[in-house]
Design a protein around this ligand. Structure first.
Ligand code: PEP
Ligand code: MG
Length: 536
């Protein structure tokens, strides 16, 4: 038995078989010249690969429609159409025949030409199609070459995307988290990725035991290896024997739900953070006091494309319905940092956490912003809607966003009182102008994950520097008190939606400094309430 010790990302213990995930993308294919006698063979390989990929995409379309939604599944059915496009396939066959090249290089060449053509188009939606063409090219070449990026279950006929398995990956990425079969993944083990990354948060909100920072683990296991993950201690054991498994995990199904019936103490709200309708349903089941943070960008990450106003509005409406009348704070898409949307083709940044993200991205993309705001404002026919701006850096930037939203509300002829706007305070500079920002907000919410990151110049996703990521630091607490005081002075509510709100011992301390709305992962709502009741 081999033992690895890393960083605990999400608690819980589990034993199971490994599913490998590789973020490695297929390398460009080099041209291999063939003899005329090989033409028929190469064309047959091409046709077989096309068949295989078409079946895969058909399966994905059905799976995603069932698991995520019809809108999200369209991406795969669109890609299947591209794959089966008669003109493109005929051009590839002609290329093999006339240029005498192998199928991989003909696919790379011809698909590449179509991709370039779409990329040069002025219409944004058409430009986005180039990403689909690129993905089809990649899929087809991987199939021809017998390699696959992403879930890489060697030996399994059909990749299970981690279903009933423990995923082992080089890196804990948001991309991996949204593409795995989240309802059935049993555990996650990675070489890199910090406790504050978005992928880590998703793992915690799903209640999946996870350990990171385990150098060498990826090459130490293979698909199907037996693994025991202890997310409480940060340990991982390869090939544990039966006796060890029973000692470590005496009763794998034990779960106490006694705490699920707790209510929040009077005057305190314990809300849930959510990234999907499923999360909102879970929050309603345990009667959380609302959704303090709905991360809308995850919708786009899952769909791998931009969604139109109707699609978004339908989705947000389902969120509101699932919340059963409790308030939901929708954060406008917070793109950038560790949440990349490759289809937007934002230039690769040296420092994405300091780059074109959050409020900057929204102001730089007024069309995307307007579509999302309109989709949300449409819900005012039934509810009062709360809209929150991510990564505000100062009062003028906040003012611009408020004006844009208010302008859209006016244009749509909706009563302004039906829309509440608020700023996330997650940069030191926003804190420095907190009075001005509070004066123009209906509410504030503290994003302590990013506030800690920027205050101490410590990358929240980097396990190497996690020792400096200290939610107990007095500097952070003096900022938290300052924000609470500014909100009280303007008589507006302030919440905290960063991970620290759910850490043992923190809830009461936050309440003591005047932050009475805590928003935590729904798995933690009951524990936080229990803690508050005990300390009351
Ligand atoms: C935060 O930064 O604390 C926060 C809640 O936002 P996110 O984790 O999505 O960046
Ligand atoms: Mg943040």
């Amino acid at each position: 038995m081999n033992r690895f010790k890393g960083l605990s990302i999400s608690g819980g213990k589990v034993h199971g078989a490994v599913c490998l995930y590789s973020a490695h993308k297929h390398a460009d294919t080099t041209v291999r010249l063939i003899a005329e006698t090989e033409i028929a063979f190469e064309i047959e390989r091409l046709d077989n690969a096309v068949d295989e990929c078409a079946k895969e995409l058909e399966q994905f379309t059905a799976d995603v429609r069932e698991r995520v939604g019809a809108a999200e599944s369209e991406i795969f059915s669109a890609q299947r159409h591209i794959l089966l496009d008669k003109t493109i396939l005929a051009t590839i066959r002609a290329h093999i025949t006339t240029e005498l090249t192998n199928a991989e290089s003909a696919v790379a060449r011809i698909f590449g030409q179509f991709e370039e053509r779409f990329l040069a188009m002025s219409d944004m939606l058409l430009r986005e199609r180039s990403t689909d063409i690129g993905e089809v090219r990649h899929r087809l070449i991987s199939s021809l070459a017998g390699t696959r990026a992403g879930f890489n279950c060697a030996g399994l006929h059909k990749c299970s995307r981690g279903r009933d398995r423990i995923i082992v990956a080089e890196e804990l990425t948001a991309d991996m988290m949204v593409h795995m079969d989240s309802s059935r993944v049993r555990g996650i083990v990675t070489e890199k990725g910090g406790v504050g990354s978005h992928a880590a948060m998703i793992a915690r909100s799903l209640g999946i035991p996870a350990v990171s920072g385990l150098r060498g683990v990826y090459s130490a296991v293979s698909c199907g290896s037996s693994l025991l993950v202890d997310g409480d201690t940060g340990e991982v054991f390869i090939d544990p024997d039966e006796r060890f498994i029973v000692e470590r995990i005496p009763d794998p199904d034990s779960f106490s739900d006694a705490a699920c019936h707790l209510e929040s103490p009077a005057g305190i709200s314990v809300m849930a953070n959510a990234s999907s309708i499923e999360d909102v349903r879970n929050a309603s089941t345990i009667r959380a006091d609302g959704i303090g943070l709905f991360r809308t960008e995850i919708l786009f990450l899952r769909a791998e494309r931009l969604l139109g106003e109707d699609e978004q509005s339908d989705y947000y409406r389902q969120v509101m319905v699932a919340a059963h009348g409790r308030p939901v704070t929708f954060r406008l898409m917070d793109i950038g940092g560790d949440k990349e949307l490759p289809f937007l083709r934002i230039e690769k940044e040296e420092n994405p956490f300091l780059g074109f993200r959050g409020a900057r991205f929204l102001l730089g993309n007024p069309d995307i912003l307007e579509t999302q705001v309109r989709a949300l404002v449409r819900l005012c026919d039934q509810w009062t809607i709360r809209i929150m701006f991510p990564m505000i850096i100062d009062a003028p930037q906040h003012r611009k966003l408020v004006a844009l939203v208010r302008g859209i509300v006016d244009k749509m002829g909706i009563d302004q009182s039906k829309i509440k706007v608020g700023a996330m305070i997650e940069t030191p500079s926003a804190f420095m102008q907190i009075d001005e920002i509070a004066a123009e907000s209906d509410f504030l919410s503290i994003g302590s994950n990013d506030l800690t990151q920027y205050m101490f110049a410590v990358d929240r996703s980097n396990a190497l520097v996690s020792g400096d990521y200290n939610p107990d630091h007095p500097v952070l607490w003096s900022a938290l008190s300052g924000i609470a005081k500014a909100a009280a002075a303007k008589n507006i509510p302030v919440s905290i939606c960063g991970e620290m709100a759910g850490m043992p011992g923190m809830p009461q301390r936050l309440i003591d400094i005047g932050i009475k709305i805590l928003s935590v992962s729904s798995k933690l709502v009951s524990r936080v309430r229990g803690e508050l009741i005990v300390t009351a």
